[in-house]
Design a protein. Structure first.
Length: 137
């Protein structure tokens, strides 16, 4: 996948917060610790550092949502991260993003912290970020 493809899918999927630009994806992908799985329909971008993995973003194009792609993408990045000798995975999710929270719980994540007023919204308000973690196989 190219940074442009990632940015396009991200922009289509992220309507409540600012989507990431192609240059932001390009910069992240230049880092040796950053990896991705998926394609233009659904992808996950993650980092593996010092035995821990962090999901940076996951995006599913709206035209293919509710087809199980995000669940499969989560499982794929977990497998790849585990192959890089990681034992735990972390992520942040907006507290008002119920579909994403349900997906993460289905993947074995539980809440381990919170960042108040973390995600800016178009209304000027900010949504809390839930910090979630899970053990990798």
């Amino acid at each position: 996948m190219t940074p442009d493809e990632m940015a396009s899918t991200h922009a289509a999927a992220f309507t409540q917060s600012r989507p990431w630009s192609a240059s932001e994806f390009e910069s992240l992908l230049e880092n040796a610790f950053t990896h991705y799985v998926g394609d233009a329909r659904c992808f996950a971008l993650y980092q593996v550092i010092a035995g821990q993995a962090e999901l940076l973003t996951i995006a599913t194009h709206p035209s293919v949502q509710r087809q199980g792609l995000a669940l499969q993408t989560m499982r794929n990045w977990h497998k790849r991260a585990a192959a890089l000798h990681t034992s735990r995975a972390f992520l942040d999710v907006a507290a008002d993003n119920e579909p994403a929270i349900a997906l993460y719980k289905r993947c074995g994540y539980h809440r381990c912290g919170m960042r108040p007023n973390y995600y800016p919204r178009e209304t000027g308000l900010k949504a809390d970020a839930l910090v979630m973690e899970c053990r990798l196989p």
